[in-house]
Design a binder for this molecule. Sequence first.
Ligand code: SF4
Length: 161
Amino acid sequence: METGYFQNPRRFPKNAEGPFYTTGHRSCGDDLMNGKTGWFGDCLACEAPELEAPELLAVLDNENSDTYFVRQPSTQDEIDEACSAASVCCVAALRYGGRDRTIISKLGNDPGLCDYIIDDRGNLVATLDEEGNLLPFAVRLIEIQRSEWRKRNKKWYQFWL
Ligand code: SF4
């Protein structure tokens, strides 16, 4: 696996070095009012990502409610597991910051999951600005991808989709 990857300032600090990571945020608003400070992971503790990649993500227990990578995938099976874990997170808090085109393709070339995607000419383009915010083109692309997914997968009774 390649070593260069995007250094997202929203990367949850507990993640092991490497391109797969989870996002988080510093304490703010309600956190501070409740006396909580420090970092908080964006993916909470439903265990869906952990079930997809149990060897790669921290165990959830009484001591830990944060989702983060304790190590990076090193085999193809583990890369598949990391991609599956990213795909099941409902808030897209597991991301891939690397430039491996095979992995980016496996993740659907989705700016919601990848810090770089492959454009129409085959070039890699960044999806985030230096503060970790999705760039406007990436937001638009996500909207289009979700709209197409809904059209493909909607049931006959889901007239509102
Ligand atoms: S996968 Fe979704 S529901 Fe589960 S903990 Fe992460 S954000 Fe919450």
